[in-house]
Design a protein around this ligand. Structure first.
Ligand SMILES: Cc1cc2nc3c(=O)[nH]c(=O)nc-3n(C[C@H](O)[C@H](O)[C@H](O)COP(=O)(O)OP(=O)(O)OC[C@H]3O[C@@H](n4cnc5c(N)ncnc54)[C@H](O)[C@@H]3O)c2cc1C
Length: 288
């Protein structure tokens, strides 16, 4: 899997905080907002979950000395959701206590975790209002979940959804997912609490900009959010138009699952990897 690392490098800020920090600072200094994610998910043991929590605590401390506002993203399966729900919730509470005024947004994982993730978000948000939630537009249930979050002033990041889900829980056609994304985005832009519209889909963004103009939605009432290393051109265009653009910046050693999700999202990515593998093989042959 080491062969995939050159591809992964495009999507992650580094394998550890020391290498990631310059990229994080560069992004902030260029006028973007950021949401930092320490890679990792589906841990199998309590020590692994504790260690993920410690990494986040170290990260909060390191960033404390930097005069910027940061958001954090985290997966509950990284904090032990698959081991014991109460243990995971307690880990999240400890992070929430340590993070002060920074926001922690819970990534949304595969549908086996959706209900638990939303319930834990709801429970902890009552004491720690800076906890927010990602919602996937491809899930049938998301319309109700968006309503619930709006009613409870939980800040949402809306994305399409990156996991392979069965037809009884999720829309399967990209057109239908886009349609639902647009509908939920409009609702969030009008009624949501500091929502983030997380997509690089130019057509959708164009339609949403029209909606924002028509409805006179204030730029300071929401964010656009995009992934580190993806469509930097669009990130800049939106920022230059005066919108707040947040960059989701992952770093860390556990880069493989994240990278595989990025790999399958775009045909050209597979081509990049295959070309790279050919080059490596060809290069090695030349040395012999
Ligand atoms: C900030 C952010 C947070 C996210 N959080 C979650 C989450 O918590 N849970 C979850 O399930 N999913 C999450 N996702 C992933 C999301 O669900 C989609 O899988 C992903 O964003 C691709 O969808 P898209 O809307 O960008 O549109 P697409 O139609 O897939 O892409 C539009 C264009 O963006 C570019 N692009 C998109 N993806 C890539 C890529 N991998 N490599 C190169 N170019 C690409 C291409 O130019 C493509 O034509 C998140 C996405 C973003 C932007």
């Amino acid at each position: 899997m080491k062969l995939l690392y050159p591809f992964a490098r495009r999507f992650i800020a580094g394998p550890d905080l020391k290498t990631a920090l310059p990229a994080i600072c560069r992004i902030q200094e260029s006028g973007y907002f950021s949401s930092i994610d320490i890679l990792g998910e589906s841990v199998a043991t309590r020590p692994q979950a504790e260690s993920a929590k410690s990494e986040y605590l170290k990260l909060f401390e390191s960033l404390d000395s930097i005069n910027h506002s940061f958001d954090f993203s985290i997966k509950l399966s990284q904090l032990g959701l698959g081991i014991d729900r109460e243990f995971c919730t307690e880990n999240l509470r400890q992070l929430a206590r340590a993070m002060g005024n920074h926001t922690i947004r819970l990534d949304m994982e595969g549908s086996a975790h959706t209900q638990n993730t939303l319930e834990i978000c709801g429970e902890t948000h009552k004491t720690y209002p800076h906890i927010g939630q990602a919602i996937q537009a491809y899930l049938f249930r998301s319309e109700n979940d968006v309503r619930h979050c709006i009613d409870n002033k939980i800040s949402i990041r809306l994305c399409k959804g990156a996991y392979k889900e069965p037809a009884d829980v999720a829309l399967q056609s990209m057109d239908k997912i886009r349609e639902n994304f647009f509908k939920l985005s409009c609702q969030l832009l009008k009624e949501g609490y500091q929502p983030a519209i997380a997509t690089h889909d130019e057509n959708l963004l164009g339609k949403l900009l029209d909606f924002i103009g028509q409805e006179r939605i204030k730029p300071e009432s929401f964010y656009f959010e995009m992934l580190y290393g993806v469509r930097r051109d669009l990130q800049k265009i939106l920022k230059d138009k005066g919108y707040r653009v947040r960059i989701y910046i992952p770093y860390g050693k556990a880069w493989l699952p994240y990278t595989l999700r990025r790999l399958v999202e775009k045909k050209e990515n597979l081509l990049f990897v295959i070309t790279h593998l050919f080059r490596e093989t060809f290069g090695l042959r030349k040395l012999h």
